[in-house]
Design a binder for this molecule. Structure first.
Ligand SMILES: Cc1ncc(COP(=O)(O)O)c(C=O)c1O
Length: 381
């Protein structure tokens, strides 16, 4: 693949004061100014409900399905609109068969939303929850491939680990699952929008992403991709707006039939007039920037920091084993006491996850931000 041209720095599109060094996109991304405005306009629609017509309950959801499909490489029909990753993962758990004695595979210290649901499913079905131990060399893929066998009913995985960005090669996992006969559920919350996703080679049964991080969306919005083989499955709710001809509000007869596609998996009250226009604005901006270019630009930023961290003798996973937009920095003797508090005092924002200092820049971060972080890091070594 040819290298992508990086994007210019985009700080002006956000409302981040110069003195704030926000390197914590994996925690919560700031909204674009335009996204906040779209949300404000959307919220204010309910000041005048007499202007809201039945087709309005369907128009933004239609746009989002189509934009999300462009992002995922799917069709709009494969997209459901959900309020969280956990909602999408619970939908997947409801629709994938697991028998007593089979296994459900997760990574060690996987994000809780992609753990508890499988722990409960295993308990209720008599299956075993198998947690793949963290590999010392960061090579999750090898460990996952070694763990898959004909007893694996479901592999529920991320594209990169939320604590330090270590990668899982989902295409290789899919290939092995094709041989062994298991289903693949992926949580893209820490990757969709920031790194490329190849639907054709990964072919997940279900893929979900909460939108409030790398999709720059508002909190409580998310996207669920559903493979066509599951389109006739069981939704968590029995949403009314996914029914045939639901737009005819005057017709009060019950409709048993759903519209075709994944919309039956939508959350109830899916036509969220405040949040959905905001989500759509954010998705459009990401499409315009283009994900490979975002990935390249964020990779440049993490490289500036990882180079400094390495020079200081700190441990950073090799770039081939981590997502370009993510950095987990480990100190030889453990994280210094008060590290994040000290950084916060300097208005530098990062997270600690487990034994790693998680640093996740975005397009709003300037060279000055990176230098400020590196300077602060030096004072800890
Ligand atoms: C990997 C991952 N998945 C999901 C989520 C959010 O899950 P939910 O939308 O269920 O709150 C997070 C939040 O940090 C995450 O890191």
């Amino acid at each position: 693949m040819t290298a992508q041209a990086p994007l210019a720095e985009q700080r002006d599109l956000f409302e981040i004061p110069t003195e704030i060094c926000y390197l914590n996109c994996a925690y919560i991304s700031p909204l674009l100014r335009s996204t906040a405005q779209a949300g404000k306009v959307g919220m204010e629609r309910k000041l005048r409900p007499w202007e809201i017509r039945p087709p309005d309950f369907f128009s933004t959801t239609r746009q989002i399905r189509s934009t999300a499909a462009s992002l995922l490489g799917s069709t709009a029909n494969d997209i459901a609109i959900v309020p969280s990753a956990s909602y999408g993962l619970a939908t997947a758990a409801r629709n994938l068969p697991v028998r007593e004695g089979q296994k459900i595979l997760v990574l060690a210290e996987q994000y809780p939303s992609n753990y508890y649901v499988w722990e409960a499913l295993a308990r209720n079905s008599g299956a075993t929850l198998q947690s793949v131990a963290r590999p010392a060399d960061g090579d999750w893929t090898r460990k996952v491939l070694e763990s898959l066998d004909s007893q694996t009913a479901i592999a529920a995985l991320p594209q990169c680990h939320w604590s330090d960005g270590t990668l899982v090669d989902l295409a290789q996992v899919r290939q092995r699952l094709d041989e062994t006969g298991g289903a693949l559920v992926v949580d893209l919350t820490q990757s969709l929008g920031a790194m490329t996703f190849n639907l054709e080679s990964i072919r997940p049964d279900f893929a979900v992403a909460a939108a409030y991080k790398w999709l720059l969306g508002p909190y409580a919005t998310g996207l669920l991709y559903v493979d066509p083989q599951h389109h006739n499955g069981d939704p968590l709710e029995m949403p009314i707006f996914s029914r045939r001809n639901a737009v005819q509000f005057s017709d009060i007869s019950y409709r048993n039939e759903f519209e075709p596609g994944a919309c039956r998996f939508d959350v109830g009250e899916v036509a969220n007039f405040a949040l959905l226009p905001a989500l759509h604005d954010a998705l459009l901006q990401i499409l315009e920037w283009q994900v490979p270019r975002i990935q390249e630009s964020l990779g440049q930023r993490t490289t500036v920091i990882s180079t400094e961290a390495r020079a200081l003798g700190l441990d950073v996973v090799d770039s081939a084993r981590r997502a370009p937009h993510f950095l987990g920095i480990r100190f030889p003797d453990g994280l210094p006491d008060g590290l994040t508090e000290h950084l916060r005092d300097q208005q530098i924002y990062v997270s600690v996850r487990g034994d790693a200092l998680r640093v996740t820049p975005y397009l709003y971060n300037t060279e000055d931000d990176l230098e400020r972080f590196n300077h602060a890091l030096r004072s800890f070594v």
